[in-house]
Design a protein around this ligand. Structure first.
Ligand code: 5RP
Length: 230
């Protein structure tokens, strides 16, 4: 599995050019991207989407950019928990979804890096949708999601209820059969009082690099699939 993640991460690092302002995602696939990026020793700076990514960038010597210092990024690179052929995503398995979505929204190009097995016909049929909720609204949102037909589990860490870098809770919400219409659910969740954000990324990704366990990489865009290994 890590071969596919590494292949995707390394392919994404090849897209970076000196002078670029980057969005730096979160997760184990992004870790390979950061390693490959650091090895290229380019003059770049990036907005990290989590404290963990910021810490890793400091270790690797990748220059960090404060989000207040920019209104546009040239390229954002991030992982995903699931994606479909239209490049709609479920993210937030690592709990960084809110900052990830803000950073992705600033990018001219947003490239998803993942393994091929994360490409699904319907989002949410196997991976639950993370919903980030301000602590005060944890119970009301939990209840509302249940009423809407979701099976909801509050995320826990080793030391009790999980908290994001923003101090919020995560409710992992599973809808039997998966998400029928990501666009409709995106709007519905965004309108729910107390929801800070959710893991559906609709119309944000421009392309995806999908690594396989032989080290090959396919590029997926809205229009086509290109095998980069041939
Ligand atoms: C973090 C995320 C990650 O990008 C997602 O969970 C994929 O992680 P990994 O690359 O470790 O499989 O959304 O919030």
């Amino acid at each position: 599995m890590s071969t596919g993640k590494q292949a995707a991460g390394e392919a994404a690092a090849e897209l970076v050019e000196s002078g670029m302002r980057l969005g730096l995602g979160t997760g184990s696939t992004v870790a390979f991207f950061l390693d490959a990026l650091a090895a290229r020793r380019l003059d770049v700076a990036g907005v990290p989407t989590s404290e963990a990514t910021a810490a890793r960038c400091r270790e690797l010597g990748i220059r960090l950019l404060d989000i207040d210092e920019t209104t546009e990024l040239d390229l954002a690179v991030d992982g995903a928990d699931e994606l479909d052929q239209r490049l709609q995503l479920i993210k937030g398995g690592g709990g960084a979804l809110l900052r990830e979505k803000v950073v992705a929204s600033l990018a001219v190009r947003f490239v998803v890096i993942a393994t091929v097995d994360k490409l699904v016909d319907r989002l949410g049929a196997s991976f639950p949708l993370p919903v980030e909720v301000v602590p005060f609204a944890r119970r009301p949102v939990h209840h509302r999601l249940q009423q809407r037909g979701f099976e909801v589990v509050e995320r826990h860490g080793d030391a009790g209820p999980y908290r994001t870098d923003n101090g919020n809770a995560i409710l992992d919400a599973r809808f039997p059969g998966g998400v029928q219409d990501p666009t409709v659910l995106d709007i519905e969740l965004a309108r729910m009082p107390g929801v800070a954000d959710h893991g559906l990324f609709v119309d944000l990704a421009t392309d995806a690099l999908l690594g396989d366990d032989r080290g090959g990489v396919q590029q997926l865009t809205n229009e086509s699939t290109i095998d980069l290994s041939t």
